[in-house]
Design a protein around this ligand. Sequence first.
Ligand code: ADP
Ligand code: MG
Length: 321
Amino acid sequence: MKGLSTVMKKKKRIVIALGGNALGNTLPEQMKAVKITAKAIADLVEEGCEVVVAHGNGPQVGMVNNAMIALTHEDEHQPNTPLSVCVAMSQAYIGYDLQNALREELLDRGITELPVATMITQVRVDENDPAFQAPSKPIGKFVSQEQAKMMKEKFHYIMKEDSGRGYRRVVASPKPVEIIEINTIRTMVNSGDLVIACGGGGIPVIRQGNHLKGASAVIDKDFASCLMAKELDADFLIILTAVEQVALNFGKPNETWLKQVSLKEAEEYIRQGHFAPGSMLPKVQAAVDFAGSKPGRKALITLLEKSRDAIQGKTGTMFSM
Ligand code: ADP
Ligand code: MG
């Protein structure tokens, strides 16, 4: 396939979704990881793309949640912090590290006129989403049975035993319906800024008249990025993760790496169960959704460090109509 960049006339608009490996698990890890992530993003800018960044927040929101629980032990007058507020805190923290690293990387490459900014983003979910009836997404650290019992009683958390490793809080993962700040994001992107938005899938909110109530949930960043890419009329959705390509029979002796996938093929592979729920499945579903939403739109799943090679058509798994 001919490289996308060589056939480009108008700037291609790309929404990238950063996975866990782009940010690491601890404060020092994140500070190191964002430097590599900033290089990958700057590569896309140098390829002549208009880049919008979304990202996950699994470890970070768990960390904030645990820190806020510790505060309630320290000071009995402090109520526990709602999960929606923890997501907001994680957006600001990750946005800060990304803004800082991106600014420096762009300046190091002589790109001096590209402002970088993070948009705190609320994403509306439907209170009747069936996900609220079946919380399944584990967050935060593993705790003992006694601690789990205490957290159930004190905070009304739903705690589940996780494959012999202890108990973890599980929360609902509803589908994103509407990005509340989309008009502001669009204005910033249209004026040429490099925007970071929909962090951690967005702060989940439920509409109650004019009020948006924070929901005790986390939205999958792969689905939120897909919605944002559609809303911004992007040309590409690029999901950057820990594997260079998507595989059939992943991890088995007959593993086969996929280069080009049509939507029909992808639906068939999903049906055959090739993609793990909670990891690769939402990515493939988001890729299929975006690529099928308008002619010309394409989605790519690849390794963070290979993003430049992938948009040149050298690697990654490309989904198109
Ligand atoms: P992220 O933090 O980027 O969302 P995840 O861990 O949620 O990353 O999902 C990516 C992981 O999905 C890969 O690292 C790989 O271990 C796993 N995976 C599951 N099924 C497949 C598949 N069919 N092909 C490739 N990777 C797969
Ligand atoms: Mg994931």
